[in-house]
Write a protein that binds this ligand. Structure first.
Ligand code: TYD
Length: 204
């Protein structure tokens, strides 16, 4: 089974990912996690380029392609081998993040991004992408020091949230929007219900 978790910055994605991993491991599953950009030597080098503010000019298409490069390496080095060994893979962000951040946020054509993504991943999409959804002001409260992408302001973040919602509506069988309000346990339960349903449906 291959899952990815996504959502605007500050929705509690990393916390929920850890809770989910623990629960799956507790049930005896072998779980591999990865984060984007990163999780391979090339990917971590690209992460530095993308998220540190070195004032290097970088246009939005270059940015999108760097995320894709990191992803192509990740699929080949980490995700495919883990799936082949029967492990569960949980990705902290995946292709949908590029569609939303560089597409809805940055203005690159979203269909074009899906298509580049098909090349980058060799058509490997998650069984389900879980998107945590939270009103902007609540997400902002959970944020620490902003990185280069996070520093882009409220209009950008509003466009991102709308983008996640729009893509979830367009691909209901692929993307599951989950209300991230409430306690950590509340949200973890909502996520678990979805994961159980995927496991029962046998897509793993
Ligand atoms: P994030 O998961 O927020 O990492 P961390 O929790 O360590 O800050 O991801 C880093 C940033 O990269 C985040 O602001 C979203 C952005 N991003 C894109 O713009 N496009 C992408 O394709 C991906 C994967 C991430």
């Amino acid at each position: 089974m291959f899952l990815s978790l996504d959502g605007i910055d500050g929705v509690g994605k990393s916390t929920q990912l850890q809770l989910l991993v623990k629960k799956l491991q507790h049930q005896g599953h072998e779980v591999v996690t990865c984060r984007e950009p990163g999780s391979t030597p090339l990917g971590e080098a690209i992460r530095e380029l993308l998220l540190n503010d070195w004032n290097t000019p970088m246009n939005i298409v270059s940015e999108m392609l760097l995320y894709m490069t990191s992803r192509a390496q990740l699929v080949q080095e980490v995700i495919r081998p883990a799936l082949a060994e029967g492990k569960i893979v949980i990705a902290d962000r995946y292709l949908l993040a590029s569609v939303v951040y560089q597409g809805y946020g940055g203005g690159v054509d979203t269909e074009a991004i899906w298509n580049v993504g098909r090349v980058a991943t060799g058509d490997l999409l998650p069984d389900r992408t879980i998107v945590l959804d939270l009103p902007l002001n609540e997400a902002a409260n959970r944020l620490g020091k902003p990185d280069r992408i996070e520093a882009r302001g409220d209009d950008y973040r509003e466009a991102l949230r709308a983008g996640f919602t729009a893509e979830a509506e367009r691909h209901p069988e692929q993307i599951e929007l989950i209300d991230a309000r409430g306690t950590e346990e509340d949200v973890a339960t909502r996520i678990w219900n979805v994961v159980e349903q995927i496991m029962e449906s046998g897509t793993s």
